[in-house]
Ligand binder design. Sequence first.
Ligand code: ATP
Length: 495
Amino acid sequence: MNKDHVEIWSKCLGVIRENIPAISYKTWFEPIIPIKLEGMVLTIQVPSPFFYEYLEEQFIDILRKALRLHLGFGAKLDYHVKMDHASLQSKNAVNLKVEVPTATMPTASVSKTSTVHEVPIKSSVGSRAQRMQPAEKDHSIKNPFVIPGIRKIQIDPQLNSVNNFKNFIEGDCNKLARSAGFAIAKNPGGTAFNPLVIYGNSGLGKTHVAQAVGNEVKVNFPEKTVLYVSANKFMTQFSEATKNNNRNDFLHFYQMIDVLIIDDIQELAGREKTQLAFFHIFNHLHQNKKQLILTSDKPPVELKGMEERLLTRFKWGLTADITEPNFDTRVAILKQKALMNGLDLEDSVVEYIANNVKNNVRELEGAIISLLAQSTLNNKNIDVSLANDAISKLVKQAKKEYSIPVITKTVCDYFKMKPEQLQAKTRKREIVQARQIAMYFAKSMTDSSLSSIGAQIGKKDHATVLHACKAITNLRETDKKFQKYLSEIESQIRV
Ligand SMILES: Nc1ncnc2c1ncn2[C@@H]1O[C@H](COP(=O)(O)OP(=O)(O)OP(=O)(O)O)[C@@H](O)[C@H]1O
């Protein structure tokens, strides 16, 4: 197998690193994996269609320069898109079209692009959680498992490269799991954390940490066999192996893994035969100082329908929970996800989302994807109002009642005025505008009639309120700075 792709890509990265900001390099180039080099064609793997579109749009010149320098004229670049869960979601949400963009690159001899939505899976044994890859429909075990005498076979670890430690924001909520995972990645099977059981509610990052360990082990110890498999997949494989009379092959296969990651272990509840098979695998691996990483939605003590001897073994190592992220961690996650998606969000928007989506990181990601869709497909400006729309589709929010006095007070505080000034008969520009803004929010955030709003803000009639709403809408659509003020005020009203 030609190994030069790694060297060539690493040389290209050297050129790229020197020519772009560090943050762009970290975001857009570190996640790329070189796959192969065939003649003058270098294939790199990127985590989503959006990612490759962004590379093509923003970095094509430097890519071209680097490739020409290290591969020569006539160098070409192929993209291999490995879809992860988030990208699949975003694809559904925004209906991104991924086409071979020959038209966008007529003169770019380095860029012959093509996309593949799933990675060819070399070994059909084990695969990632069903929601993550279309390729997973194949539950069969075509692999002959282990041929006696041949110890190592090449296994696709079924890891999503996006789930790495660099992309994982650390907070109090996940510190223990992350630190233990990191220590394991440096010394798999050799720490006290064996097994590592990570538990917590849905969407909080259990799979991410577990896979990050696998990815990091592959970097630190490329010769180690790592395998990620969902408990569901494990069960299906086991029952097919039983049906096909090759249960022993199944056991042997799993017993030669160096780092075995099983996701959603609670799914094994009530499955006695599968649990027995897993028990043998567990014992063998543990005795041979191989690493086990398990995730679950509950702590082992609360797992029902599991054999006691399995539960006892789960407690041999470390049980680490992941809880809901606090406000600061949510803000950091949102900023990172926005950056990864090429979105530049105002602080007021980030804080608004962080204040309203509290229990689930997957929902934070959903909010970003929804904003991305609205801003790119519908050409809308991203402000608190749009964020509010995005969130309302994702999480159940208690419907808040906003009152006109609260709105006027917030507007006055924002402009450092006294509420009486807003009520005064004056044509001073700042006051008129603050009054119009208060009217605008009163109209959009309360059910009050125009006349009632007018009566409460400056004793004006309904026509004045109507005019104010139109004037502010106009400014909102045309003046970026003004839009920023409005977004900040709205987020303060909604707190
Ligand atoms: N701390 C974090 N930093 C960055 N991304 C995170 C973090 N925590 C979770 N995520 C992201 O949130 C999404 C959901 O995480 P993940 O799939 O790991 O959750 P889970 O706990 O395994 O959920 P489930 O139990 O439903 O499988 C993923 O895209 C993951 O990358």
